[in-house]
Design a protein around this ligand. Structure first.
Ligand SMILES: Cc1cc2nc3c(=O)[nH]c(=O)nc-3n(C[C@H](O)[C@H](O)[C@H](O)COP(=O)(O)O)c2cc1C
Length: 175
């Protein structure tokens, strides 16, 4: 039997990012029969240009589309910047509109930020526009994220750990 695949994307490019560390936390609880990858090329996606969105889009875009196409589920884990979705994440999502890459794909959305509710709401709208299958029980808004981690990037807040495990298990149930 083919292994199931979960593809995860952090909306933060920052070294030591809390969102990246959340994705690493999840990697530790992946069942043996699931392949889990953390995307590390978000910074290489060029600015969205509908004029370049033809049969030969930029290479990094094709790679991202292929990785998502091959995945059985996707996790998006992101902070909020200036009351909105980080530009690099929104930019990547814009490249996915015409290719229908996320249509019906089970998606878990985790917004981990100081507050985060604006980016969270905005992303839910965008994922709706992309016809993604956002799994209600795998949606999580984590405010005050920095206070819930230690300096090594481990999630230390017990309720947050439990919520993450729950959301992850609910996504796994879709595979
Ligand atoms: C330029 C900038 C703008 C920010 N604006 C917001 C904001 O509007 N809302 C919010 O909840 N957090 C905001 N933050 C705080 C981030 O949520 C916080 O730094 C978070 O830890 C970033 O995620 P990361 O640790 O994964 O990089 C902002 C941070 C930066 C650097």
């Amino acid at each position: 039997m083919m292994k199931k695949t979960i593809f995860s994307i952090s909306g933060s490019l920052r070294s030591g990012s809390s969102n990246h560390n959340i994705l690493k936390f999840l990697s530790a609880i992946v069942p043996a029969d699931v392949t889990y990858t953390i995307y590390n090329n978000l910074g290489q996606i060029p600015p969205f240009d509908p004029g370049l969105d033809d049969e030969t889009p930029p290479e990094a875009v094709t790679e991202l589309r292929n990785l998502i196409n091959q995945a059985d589920a996707v996790i998006i884990c992101t902070p909020e910047y200036a009351f909105g979705v980080p530009g690099q994440l929104k930019n990547a999502l814009d490249w996915l509109v015409s290719s229908s890459t996320l249509v019906d794909k089970p998606v878990s959305l985790i917004t981990a930020s100081s507050v985060g509710n604006n980016a969270h709401a905005s992303l839910l709208l965008t994922l709706g526009a992309l016809s993604a299958n956002v799994i209600e029980e795998a949606i999580l808004l984590i405010p005050f994220i920095r206070a819930k981690m230690d300096t090594e990037g481990n999630v230390t807040d017990k309720p947050t750990k439990e919520s993450l495990e729950n959301a992850f298990n609910n996504l796994l149930a879709q595979l």
